[in-house]
Design a protein around this ligand. Structure first.
Ligand code: 6PG
Length: 505
């Protein structure tokens, strides 16, 4: 058996869409994959796909019938990657691998969308048995196949063995431009450029970062949907016309994967009746929970992320389709049609969407910052922004600007106050206000765009009405308040039921 440093055998468990794609990505990058799935048809499909792609080159993916066989094929310390549903299956497979002979130095990598607290707990639980590692993967099927963004975390001592593997299969960025280097060709992986994989930390940090990535993804998608809704309903534009606008925006500051695919979806025609596809898709949003987890965490950590929460609420409201149909018969929108000037409106909408998007990212990064402090993680935000520049769902031109903002000031409190973003948002805010106001006037909900504006206004105002709120709390519950005219954190209370004098507590 050759030594682990030049031995490129890896175990892979779970050969569904993501697992199969990651396996082929590993194979393209020179790894021999020993593969197992409970469903032997999936294994067979992957072996056939490997045969198809490699032509007359040697086999790269090898089927295993059980975990024992899989472990026997691998050099020690072994690397075994899991692509299985999050939750109980991860523990079930870990237990079975231990029973099959896993060693203390072996590494098991969970690539699912696991809840970060589960990952943290697993790192602790298995630390005497084997190295439990994780890497969150973003980029969907195509990303997994040709270069995803990876957010690895776990015991640092396992990282040196995994780093070359993850760097090989990750998406790559041109270091000069910060733009993705993309090539979607089996057998010809991108080897040049900076890899979108960086060690995030231990204690579930990687899955936390991926969770926030998904929270931002929810907000970004909802913002785009609100822009679509405004153009569709307030400007009476067709899906194809809106696709043209999105394509134009994709050339400017809004350049992003999500804007690009939105144009493609809007351009798609349903072949049977020649209708825009979007018109035959039922307007009920699904969700698997990562956006919800982000919103919950933001409430728990005390890092306000209202636009991410608004996006989760919007999905929830959309799913109440039957109730909405009934309500539409009872509740009215604006009585008069509001005339909007199309060119002016679209120009304002671009600036509003961009500003709101900056807020969503600002909320996500602020949340990670506060969670890092609470959990003792040393998160490097410039590095995190860097690995989101390619491969992942929220990849966007402006992640290069976020990278630079954190490189210039690693202690940046909020992206909004980074000089580059502050200048832009200050300049765009009037358009943003116009869009929120016009949205309200025409009766089109834009909860994410408007919550972002409220976030911006709340964050920038020196004085908020929380002074009255503290007064209310003190009135009914003697919850006390601090004084603006006294230095320090001394607490005061008004004897509301007595002579209303102010006492220091
Ligand atoms: C990614 C995606 C991916 C997946 C989400 C979708 O980064 O590749 O975020 O993880 O598409 O699970 O989540 P919802 O089903 O909740 O929209």
């Amino acid at each position: 058996m050759s030594s682990p440093s030049n031995d490129r055998r890896i175990g892979f468990i779970g050969l569904g869409v993501m697992g199969g794609s990651l396996s082929l990505n590993l194979a393209d990058n020179g790894y021999q994959v020993y593969a197992f799935d409970l469903d032997s048809k999936k294994t067979e499909h992957l072996i056939n796909q490997d045969a198809l792609e490699r032509g007359d080159k040697p086999q790269r993916i090898f089927p295993c019938t059980d975990f024992k066989e899989l472990l026997e094929q691998l050099p020690q310390p072994r690397t075994i990657i899991l692509s299985i549903p999050a939750g109980a299956p991860v523990d079930a497979v870990c237990e079975q691998l231990m029973a099959a002979g896993l060693n203390r130095q072996d590494i098991v990598v969970d690539t699912g969308n696991s809840l970060w607290t589960d990952t943290k707990e697993r790192e602790d639980r298995y630390k005497e048995k084997f190295n439990f590692f994780s890497t969150a993967v973003s980029g969907g099927e195509v990303g997994a196949r040709f270069g995803p963004s990876l957010m690895p975390s776990g015991p640092k001592e396992a990282w040196h063995q995994l780093e070359p593997i993850f760097h090989a299969i990750a998406a790559k960025v041109d270091p000069k431009t910060g733009k993705p280097i993309e090539r979607f060709e089996p057998g010809n992986p991108v080897k040049e450029g900076e890899a979108c994989a960086t060690y995030i930390g231990d204690g579930g940090a990687g899955h936390y970062v991926k969770m926030v990535h998904n929270g931002i993804e929810y907000a970004d998608m909802q913002l785009i949907c609100e822009a679509y809704h405004l153009m569709r309903s307030a400007l009476d534009m067709t899906p194809a016309q809106i696709a043209d606008v999105f394509r134009l925006w994709d050339q400017g500051p809004l350049n992003s994967y999500l804007i690009g695919i939105s144009a493609e979806v809007l351009d798609q025609v349903e072949p049977e009746n020649n209708q825009p596809l979007v018109d035959i898709i039922v307007d009920k949003a699904g969700q698997k929970g990562t956006g919800l987890w982000t919103a919950v965490s933001s409430l728990q950590v005390g890092a306000p992320a209202p636009s991410i929460a608004a996006a989760v609420f919007a999905r929830g409201l959309s799913s109440l389709k039957d109730e909405r149909i009934e309500a539409s018969k009872v509740l009215q929108g604006p009585a008069n049609k509001v005339e909007l000037e199309q060119i002016e409106f679209i120009g304002q909408l671009e600036q509003a969407l961009y500003s709101a998007k900056v807020c969503a990212y600002a909320q996500g990064f602020h949340l990670m910052d506060m969670a890092a402090k609470e959990n003792g993680w040393n998160l490097d935000f410039a590095e995190i922004a860097k690995i989101w520049r390619a491969g992942c769902i929220i990849r966007a031109g402006f992640l290069q600007s976020i990278t630079e903002a954190y490189q210039e000031n690693p202690d940046l409190k909020n992206l909004l106050v980074a000089p580059y973003f502050a200048e832009q948002v200050n300049r765009f805010q009037n358009s943003w206000r116009q869009i929120v106001a016009k949205g309200a006037l025409v009766g089109i909900p834009c909860g994410a765009i408007s919550s972002a504006l409220s976030y911006y206004d709340s964050y920038r105002l020196e004085v908020l009405p929380a002074n009255l709120l503290q007064g209310q709390r003190d009135f009914f519950g003697a919850h006390t308040f601090e004084r603006t005219d006294v230095v320090g954190n001394d607490k005061y209370h008004v004897l509301w039921s007595g002579d209303r004098s102010i006492v220091k507590i």
